[in-house]
Design a protein around this ligand. Structure first.
Ligand code: FMN
Length: 321
C-alpha cells in the first residue's frame, strides 16, 4: 500500500516522514544512501566515513566533500548534512567553510543542531535548501525563534534520546505535543523511538514525522563495530549509566570511570571535555574498543533485539514493504 504523502514528505521530498538522525562517527555514505533509498532522509554526521581524527579544518571539510560525492554516487534520492551551531550569532570560520562546501556540492537538506541564528540560517538557505533545525535543549521560546528565523521543520527532542541529551529532563511524551502546539511548521519527534509502537505514538502525539538515531546504529549498513551492535542487542536500560551531566553510556570500563567522577562531588573535570579528549564516540562505538570509550544510546535499548538491514528496519518502523 502506498504511504500517504503529507506536508512533511513534500517539504523533505521523501517517500516517508522519517529522518535518520546525524550521529558523530557512526554514519557514512553507505548508511545514509541506504536510508534515502529506503524512502527516508539519510543524514551525514560529523566524521562520516572516517575512522581517524582530521588534522585541520580544511581536511575535515574536504573529507566531507568526498563523502557527499560518495553518497550521491549511491543514491539519487535526497539526503542531508549535519551542521552544529555553537553560541555566536555569526557562523564561525569552520561552519562557514562547511556550509560553503556543502552548497558547492549541491546539498539540498541541512540538519542544524544548537542555537538558531539569523546569519547561519541565511547562509544555509541562500540556495533554497530545506532546513531542519533541532535545539539541543528545546524550549517553547527557542523553537518559536527558530521558526521565525526560517526553519522549515523543527525537531522536538525528548530526554530519552541518545547522544548529547537535553539539559532539561523533559521526556518525549510531553515535549512533542507541547511543541506541536507552539509552532506552525511540521514538528518531528525524537528521543527513544525504536520500533513501530514508538512511531505510532509520535504521530498520536501530533508529530508529523520521526527522527531516529540509536536504532539506525544497529543495522547492517551502520559503520558501528559489529561488537557494539551485539552489545546494544544484549543490553538494557539497567546496563547504562550517566557519564556526564548530558551523556549516557552502556557500561564499559571508561564509562564506569566517568560515572564515578560524575558522582564524586570533588571532581572538577568537565566530563564532556574528557570524552572529547578520549576521541568522542570513535573508540567505543566505531572501532569497537569498548573499554576505551563510551557507547551512547537512548533509554529504550531493551527493545532493540536484532540487526536488520536499513530497508527491513524502515519497512518495519512504518509498517510498509
Ligand atoms: C551515537 C550518537 C551520536 C550523535 N551525534 C550527533 C551529532 O554529531 N550531531 C547531532 O546533531 N546529533 C547527534 N546525535 C543526536 C541524534 O541526532 C538524535 O537527536 C538522537 O539520536 C535521537 O534520539 P534516539 O537516539 O533516541 O533516536 C547523536 C546521537 C547518538 C545516539
Amino acid at each position: 500500500m502506498p504511504y500517504p504523502t503529507s506536508r512533511l514528505t513534500q517539504i523533505l521530498g521523501t517517500q516517508y516522514p522519517l529522518v535518520q538522525a546525524p550521529m558523530s562517527w557512526v554514519t557514512n555514505a553507505r548508511l545514509v544512501a541506504a536510508v534515502s533509498n529506503a524512502g527516508g532522509l539519510g543524514v551525514l554526521g560529523p566524521h562520516a566515513g572516517h575512522s581517524t581524527a582530521p588534522s585541520s579544518t580544511e581536511e575535515t571539510v574536504e573529507r566531507m566533500r568526498a563523502e557527499i560525492r560518495k553518497t550521491r554516487g549511491m543514491t539519487d534520492k535526497p539526503f542531508g548534512l549535519n551542521v552544529i551551531l555553537a553560541g555566536s550569532e555569526t557562523p564561525d570560520a569552520f561552519n562557514t567553510a562547511w556550509i560553503t562546501m556543502a552548497l558547492e556540492e549541491g546539498v539540498t537538506h541541512f540538519i542544524s543542531v544548537g542555537n538558531a541564528t539569523e546569519r547561519a540560517f541565511h547562509l544555509m538557505k541562500q540556495q533554497g535548501a530545506t532546513l531542519i533545525h533541532r535545539p539541543l535543549t528545546p524550549t517553547v521560546a527557542n523553537m518559536r525563534q527558530a521558526e521565525a528565523l526560517g526553519a522549515d521543520v523543527l525537531v522536538a527532542t525528548g530526554h530519552d534520546e541518545g547522544g548529547h541529551i537535553p539539559a532539561s529532563a523533559w521526556g518525549t511524551f510531553t515535549i512533542v505535543p507541547t511543541m506541536v502546539d507552539a509552532v506552525r511548521v511540521p514538528v518531528m519527534a525524537t528521543g527513544g523511538i525504536n520500533d513501530r509502537r514508538g512511531v505510532q505514538a509520535a504521530f498520536a502525539l501530533g508529530a508529523e514525522g520521526v527522527y531516529i538515531g540509536t536504532r539506525f546504529i544497529v543495522t547492517q549498513e551502520s559503520p558501528a563495530a559489529q561488537s557494539v551492535k551485539d552489545r546494544i542487542v544484549s543490553s538494557g536500560y539497567d546496563d547504562m549509566a550517566f557519564v556526564s551531566p548530558v551523556q549516557r553510556s552502556i557500561r564499559t570500563r571508561t564509562a564506569d570511570q566517568l560515572a564515578g567522577l560524575l558522582q564524586d562531588r570533588h571532581n572538577a573535570l568537565d566530563l564532556d571535555d574528557e570524552i572529547r579528549k578520549l576521541g568522542g564516540l570513535k573508540p567505543g562505538m566505531l572501532l569497537g574498543h569498548m573499554d576505551e570509550g563510551i557507547i551512547s544510546v537512548n533509554t529504550g535499548i531493551d527493545i532493540i533485539r536484532s540487526v536488520p538491514s536499513v530497508q527491513e528496519l524502515v519497512d518495519s518502523l512504518l509498517e510498509v514493504g
